[in-house]
Design a protein around this ligand. Structure first.
Ligand code: PMP
Length: 358
């Protein structure tokens, strides 16, 4: 019997809605505040002219520099094609398709479910509490058959940190049963909150990091997984033979030099100052119902008639991220912190809308 191409695909892939990345959603803007990118490019020159050769699987300089930056040993660091690849590697190494499950607490980052669906692993959700902290008793009830719990802190898209006492309780209740993956994609904006110092106490803790946010390198596609050597060794079994292109390793090495890290910290200070300004300005607008405090390079806010606000800004070339359909986030838009000029343009546009509606 002849079958069409669609019918030949795996059932879970046929049913899959792919991740709606900011780039896939498109738009015709000149103020891009929808992907939590750094607003300006940082310049690099390529120093490696060896593209005839395959790259190192785990480039030594990049690993050593990241380990030093994170206060860990090189054996505790794995580098991959963005933190997104790290999310998937953990599932591929630890979860049996059709048998094991992962768990996460919405509203949170969308790739945990998309990766699980792609691989064919069930996922369980335990909605966050109203203050967006973990619902520990509900998680405890759902842990049977769960191999990996994904927890994002600071959380995307809400911007809050997860309470460290709750994370400790989560680590205690999962010990010997499941891994806890702490997604620290935005940790450079609140470095004191990192869990890297906890790796020595918890063999089942895994931390995800990226160069896409504070390091201003979203286009590079470079991320890190931090864990104890037994976890790293298992991930190394399932990673692609050459996960990082030579130019990627070249630029990542430079970004992780002392100067690169100093520049990143300067950028973080600038963005954090702009975030405080934006927060203050947003909270004065009549169309803004609520602005949520943030430890990251974005702010979540709840608006009157958010679809109209989103569309009006979109038509003016100011592109935000609509969170309306995310559980618990009706009326919410997520705003990445751009340059100060971009923040000012956004506020001017919102002020005009507030006047129109007054
Ligand atoms: N985790 C979170 C919470 C994120 O927001 C993102 C970026 N959208 C990622 C992981 C993926 O980062 P990367 O660009 O390194 O794949």
């Amino acid at each position: 019997m002849s079958r069409n191409i669609e019918e030949l695909a795996r059932d879970n892939v046929r049913a899959l809605t792919p991740y709606q990345s900011a780039r896939r959603l498109g738009g015709n803007g000149d103020v891009w505040l929808n992907a939590n990118e750094f607003p300006l490019p940082v310049e690099f020159e390529l120093s490696q002219q060896t593209l005839n050769r395959y790259p190192e699987c785990q480039p030594k300089l990049v690993i050593e520099r990241y380990a030093a930056y994170a206060g860990l040993t090189p054996e505790q660091v794995l580098v991959s094609r963005g933190a997104d690849e790290g999310i998937e590697l953990v599932m591929r190494a630890f979860c049996e398709p059709g048998k094991d499950a992962i768990l996460f607490c919405p509203p949170t980052y969308g790739m945990y479910s998309v990766s699980a669906e792609t691989i064919g692993i069930a996922y369980r959700t335990v909605p966050a509490l109203e203050n967006w902290q973990l619902n520990l008793p509900a998680i405890a009830e759902q842990l049977d058959g769960v191999k990996v719990v994904y927890m994002c802190s600071p959380n995307n898209p809400t911007g809050n940190l997860i309470n460290p006492d709750d994370i400790r309780a989560l680590l205690e209740m999962t010990a010997g049963k499941a891994l806890v993956v702490a997604d620290e994609a935005y940790i450079e904006f609140c470095p004191q909150a990192t869990l890297s110092g906890w790796l020595k106490d918890y063999p089942h803790l895994v931390i995800l990091r990226t160069l896409s946010k504070a390091f201003a390198l979203a286009g590079l596609r470079c991320g890190f997984t931090l864990a104890n050597p037994p976890v790293i060794d298992l991930l190394m079994k399932v990673i692609a033979p050459y996960p990082l292109a030579t130019p990627v390793a070249d630029v990542a090495g430079q970004a992780l030099s002392d100067q690169g890290i100093a520049l990143m910290r300067q950028h973080v200070a600038e963005l954090n100052a702009s975030r405080a300004w934006l927060l203050e300005q947003l909270s004065r607008l009549s169309i803004v119902q609520q602005v949520f405090p943030s430890e990251t390079n974005y702010i979540l806010a709840r608006f009157d008639n958010s679809p109209a606000v989103f569309k009006s800004l979109w038509d003016q070339g100011i592109i935000l991220r609509d969170q309306n359909k995310n559980p618990g986030l009706a009326g919410c838009l997520r705003i990445s912190i751009g340059t100060r000029k971009e923040c000012e343009r956004l506020i001017a546009a919102l002020q005009a809308l507030s006047v129109e509606r007054a």
